[in-house]
Ligand binder design. Structure first.
Ligand SMILES: C[S@@+](CC[C@H](N)C(=O)[O-])C[C@H]1O[C@@H](n2cnc3c(N)ncnc32)[C@H](O)[C@@H]1O
Length: 255
């Protein structure tokens, strides 16, 4: 049965679809469905979005998810992040790198990154965590040597993600059209360049289902071509071009 609200071109090559890949509009291709270079490649380089305020123009201190907790002994050591539509895993591995770099004693924290996608093929690639060497070419040598091991992929030089990244991530198949199995609260949801393929009513439903999993101050990161719409605009405060902070303070303004 076709998914309600999902455009039929969801898994068609970009050349066949009318909707441009969000990555393509940003000068990149998404790395799946016949494209060569991944949007995820960018995530391997800008994983700092998780902790660095500069990723968001108006975010201020509130944009930090991890940093404020580091020097506060009373702050929770529990971190839950969901990468929804994670494709072949670059984004969750990037987040895992950032977490390992930001929290030296991450082993003593309770940190989980849930990485989900509808497509079992890309999910399998994420689970394997093996990337052509060329994908890591702009990553600092320090990061490469800390977080990756040399290997081969189809006879070509490649890198495989180290256990200290894998340990933080659970890959699971999940269709965003079906009820979410997790209960939350989630500190952050990354859902970039995914809902762009859905129609407006479906997008609105997904925003409100994301909101149900968010604690006050939880963060939602979406793609450059995407915007939170519908009633969820009242609870997702836009604090950067692609960043939202969940707050119930706006509910009084709901019309
Ligand atoms: C353009 S890719 C974006 C990947 C990644 N978030 C990024 O920005 O690099 C879109 C991803 O959404 C996944 N997807 C599409 N429809 C989905 C659905 N109904 N449920 C879960 N994932 C879906 C696709 O399989 C694909 O991996």
């Amino acid at each position: 049965m076709p998914q309600r609200g999902v455009l039929s071109k969801l898994h068609a090559p970009h050349s066949a679809g009318r909707i441009a890949c969000a990555g393509r509009s940003a000068g990149r291709n998404c790395g799946i469905h016949g494209c060569n270079i991944g949007v995820g490649q960018a995530y391997l380089q800008r994983a700092e979005i998780f902790v660095e305020p500069r990723a968001s123009s108006r975010a201020g201190d509130g944009h930090h998810i991890l940093a404020p907790r580091l020097n506060d002994p009373r702050a929770t050591r529990r971190v839950r992040v969901w990468c929804a539509g994670c494709s072949s895993g670059e984004e969750p591995y990037s987040l895992a790198m950032t977490i390992r770099e930001t929290i030296p004693d991450a082993g003593r924290w309770d940190i989980r990154i849930l990485a989900t996608d509808l497509d079992s093929d890309v999910l399998g690639r994420g689970q394997r965590g093996v990337y052509p060497a060329e994908r890591l070419r702009d990553m600092s040598p320090a990061r490469v040597s800390r977080f990756f091991r040399e290997t081969t992929l189809n006879g070509q030089p490649a890198y495989t993600a180290a256990p200290e990244l894998r340990d933080l991530i659970t890959f699971k198949q999940l269709n965003l059209m079906t009820p979410f199995p997790m209960k939350g609260p989630l500190d952050a949801i990354f859902c970039r360049n995914v809902v762009i393929y859905f129609d407006e009513p479906t997008q609105m439903k997904i925003w409100s289902r994301f909101a149900e999993l968010m604690p006050e101050g939880g963060h939602l990161y979406i793609g450059h071509s995407e915007r939170v719409s519908g009633d969820s605009k009242h609870v997702f405060d836009n604090i950067g071009i692609t960043t939202y902070r969940y707050t119930t303070k706006g509910l009084g303004r709901k019309g």
